[in-house]
Design a protein around this ligand. Structure first.
Ligand code: SF4
Length: 232
């Protein structure tokens, strides 16, 4: 029996849009600047945050949990799923098709060469989008400084050996600051709560899992996680 030829065009099955959403590149900036893709539908994976590498990036192996090297700004999923917010699930169509980001335009599930070539290049950062916004940008940089993942990694490596020691206490302070800032800018600053994960990345009580640690709901103690709990 002759071998069937590999698919050479998109069948609009929606699988790519259900597995993950695109990361933004500098060419996509006008889509956000003009409000075609509102920032409340975005989230940021901050530099140093462990994240799954879905496309081979340099020496990294596809599917590995690795610290990201720059801000990665992505479209949020629907609810807790990875399905892109803009996928219309009734007919697997893209509700922003004419204005879809560059990764969506080059992605071909039958040949990933083109997306692999652009994947790690020219990533759009929060600085590209916010550095001219007085007040907001200083809040973002202050948070970035106090809650940097480089600092968190160093502290977490020490806290792994002595969970109740100085490093563990510093992590708890960092987490409390992260939680408090997110709350205050919405309640007192009047910011749209949908913007928070774009401005400050994913919440530390969640991403701390990538460092093998968990935090109690009342933010008063840390605990070690087993390998299964570290998956997030
Ligand atoms: S923006 Fe459109 S094409 Fe891109 S992942 Fe979302 S639904 Fe799919």
């Amino acid at each position: 029996m002759p071998e069937s030829k590999p698919t050479q065009k998109c069948k609009q099955c929606g699988t790519c849009c259900r597995k993950s959403s695109p990361s933004f590149h500098k060419e996509d900036k006008p889509l956000i600047d003009k409000g075609i893709i509102p920032s409340k539908h975005l989230f940021t994976i901050r530099k140093g945050e462990p994240a799954y590498d879905n496309v081979k990036d340099g020496e990294n192996v596809k599917g590995m949990l690795v610290p990201v090297t720059t801000d990665i700004i992505k479209i949020k999923g629907k609810g807790t799923s990875w399905t892109c917010f803009f996928l219309d699930e009734k007919d697997n169509s893209c509700s922003i098709y004419q204005n879809r980001p560059v990764e969506c335009r080059v992605l071909k599930c039958w040949n990933t060469r083109e997306i692999e070539q652009i994947y790690a290049k020219n990533r759009l950062s929060r600085e590209d989008l916010l550095s001219q916004v007085n007040g907001l940008w200083s809040l973002v940089t202050e948070h970035q400084d106090k809650c940097s993942y480089e600092k968190l990694k160093r502290l977490a490596d020490t806290a792994q050996k002595d969970i109740n020691g100085v490093a563990g206490k510093s992590i708890l302070e960092m987490i409390r600051y992260d939680v408090h800032l997110r709350k205050i800018v919405v309640e007192k600053g009047g910011l749209d709560s949908g913007m928070i994960e774009f401005l400050f990345g994913r919440p530390l009580p969640k991403t701390i899992h990538g460092f093998g640690l968990g935090v109690a709901n009342n933010l008063t103690s840390l605990h070690l996680l087993d390998a299964q709990q570290q998956l997030f």
